[in-house]
Design a protein around this ligand. Structure first.
Ligand code: HEM
Length: 229
């Protein structure tokens, strides 16, 4: 076994993978949120479709997207493995017991990270099947801007957000995302050893702000389309 395999399968290595992949996903959500906020521009989808076109045709972003898919899988698989290990190590006791002892955050979020993660994973399966698959492999409607053809992703999103059960799943998943981030954000920094009298309260505050605003803004999109469009 190489030193790398040894390290990555150790308890510290596993936590480090969770922390680094989690921080990468936190950054991805900022970019994804920025792109999706173009839905609210009121320009019949021009800005949204141009942004989507850029994101799906730029080779650097395409390469980062492959890293993103890998990190989502790694984060999910490692999370499930840690949860199973902790459960069996404690004779069926909850993963939370370990989490709460190491981080002192005896909250609903820290006790249910694995279940919240699974909810987000199910959401991602539905979400990527609905949008990503159709954009990459389907035949979405097209529009012409300045004589050039663009996929009308704006129309695709608008049509999905007219369907009640899809809107309900998005809202439920965003509640799950709120709790998952609430614990995950500060826990990621703690795993990296960033524990400081001055910086920890700042990280905790940023974690709260991020965990509230990011899922709230994501949830506002299906809600807006369903009720006001
Ligand atoms: C609620 C508002 C949201 C809208 C309107 C939206 C829209 C989209 C669209 C249109 C795509 C496919 C476009 C493409 O392939 O470039 C996509 C991909 C994706 N979305 Fe979302 N999304 C939303 C929320 C979320 C959330 C909350 C997450 C994560 C928790 C997420 C994760 C992803 C991922 C991982 C992909 C595939 C990445 C890629 O290749 O671009 N999305 N989304």
């Amino acid at each position: 076994m190489s030193w790398f395999t040894k390290f990555i399968t150790s308890s510290l290595g596993q936590k480090l993978v969770m922390s680094l992949t989690g921080l990468f996903l936190i950054l991805f959500l900022c970019v994804h949120l920025y792109g999706n906020m173009q839905l609210f521009k009121g320009d019949q989808g021009y800005a949204y479709n141009v942004f989507s076109h850029f994101m799906t045709h730029n080779p650097v972003i395409e390469a980062i997207a492959i890293l993103l898919y890998l990190f989502i899988l790694l984060h999910a698989i490692q999370g499930i493995a840690l949860w199973v290990q902790n459960r069996s190590a404690r004779g069926g006791q909850n993963y939370a017991v370990k989490v709460t002892r190491t981080t002192n955050t005896n909250s609903f979020a820290s006790r249910n990270m694995a279940y919240l993660g699974l909810l987000i994973l199910v959401f991602l399966g539905i979400h990527m099947g609905d949008f990503w698959w159709k954009v990459k492999f389907g035949a979405p409607p097209v529009v012409m801007y300045d004589g050039e053809e663009y996929q009308d992703v704006f129309a695709l999103v608008g049509a999905s957000f007219q369907i009640g059960w899809i809107v309900a799943i998005y809202v439920l998943a965003m509640v799950g995302l709120f709790f998952h981030l609430l614990h995950g954000f500060q826990s990621a920094f703690q795993t990296l050893g960033i524990k400081h009298k001055k910086y920890t309260p700042v990280i905790r505050f940023l974690g709260w702000v991020y965990s509230i605003f990011v899922p709230l803004l994501f949830a506002s999109m299906p809600i807006y389309y369903f009720f006001f469009k």
